[in-house]
Ligand binder design. Structure first.
Ligand code: GEK
Ligand code: PPY
Length: 243
């Protein structure tokens, strides 16, 4: 999957607009997410491994907030011949267009239904796997519970929800420490102080991370039988919840 280098926040701007998944972001997104999210490649690969383990024949798989389709591609490679369908959903038309091209670059017997829609409006049924890879953090906090409940209701017994998120830490000392480690990761990947601070302002009103406790409580309250973090690097984590 090729991508232009992300220079979106490289020049000083008077008024930083709220972050949007528009055409500019879609064009550099592969570079942006790899240089901004520690462990992203490992998480994408492991989502494929989870698919191999959990996806049952003739079931559905949902990739909610699919962006350029990295998780969908990783899943699709692992489940050939199982007669499943993947639903990849994103409400950014620019992401959907680029995702369509990325999916078309490989042959597969697995049908992918790409939907330009709000994940809060999509029907979920017969799901052996649902992926929310860095998407829930962009929903208004008050809508998160209802989505997780709908996902649970649409899942098959034994199905897996993989959810990756940036984390908020209730212990402020730890929050500051891991936030600084993340900023060092971005610096090491070539982002300048200006890029880092302008993107931070753009994300302030748009992306609201929950704490690990809030995530865990949400999954247990909505019926999931098993929950664990399976990956964490600094303030980024990936979790599994099993029905
Ligand atoms: N309400 C919504 N409905 C539909 N899509 C939404 C909504 N809100 C946000 N999105 C979409 O969710 C995606 C979040 S990025 C996911 C990365 C991907 N999962 C990956 O594995 O590469 C994460 C990040 O940028 O940190 C964007 O494409 C939004 O358009
Ligand atoms: O860049 C950051 O600081 C992040 O928290 C991760 C991110 C990655 C891609 C889009 C939005 C946020």
């Amino acid at each position: 999957m090729n991508s232009q280098q992300d220079t979106i926040y490289a020049n000083a701007t008077n008024q930083i607009a709220d972050f949007q998944f528009d055409q500019r972001v879609a064009g550099v997104f592969n570079d942006m997410i790899r240089r901004s999210v520690p462990g992203y490649a490992q998480i994408i690969n492991t989502i494929g491994d989870f698919a191999n383990r959990f996806v049952t024949p003739q079931s559905n798989i949902y990739d909610l907030g699919s962006s350029l389709g990295s998780a969908t591609l990783s899943i699709r490679r692992q489940i050939e011949g199982r007669g499943c369908q993947i639903y990849a959903v994103d409400n950014s038309q620019s992401m959907i267009e680029r995702c369509t091209e990325n999916l078309a670059a490989y042959v597969s017997d697995i049908q992918v239904n790409l939907l330009c829609a709000d994940i809060r409006d999509v029907d979920i049924n017969k799901a052996s796997m649902v992926v929310l890879n860095f998407t829930l953090q962009f929903l208004p906090t008050h809508d998160r519970d209802a989505l997780i409940k709908r996902i649970y209701d649409g899942m098959l017994p034994g199905g897996i929800l993989v959810i990756s998120e940036k984390l908020f830490f209730e212990d402020n000392h730890i929050h500051q420490l891991l936030d600084q480690q993340h900023l060092d990761f971005k610096r090491a990947n070539g982002y300048s102080e200006l890029e880092i601070s302008q993107k931070r302002s753009a994300l302030e009103n748009v992306m609201r991370p929950d704490s690990l406790n809030v995530h865990e409580q949400r999954f247990t309250e909505n019926g999931f039988s098993h929950f664990s973090v399976w990956f964490q690097c600094f303030n980024f984590a990936s979790m599994v919840a099993i029905k």
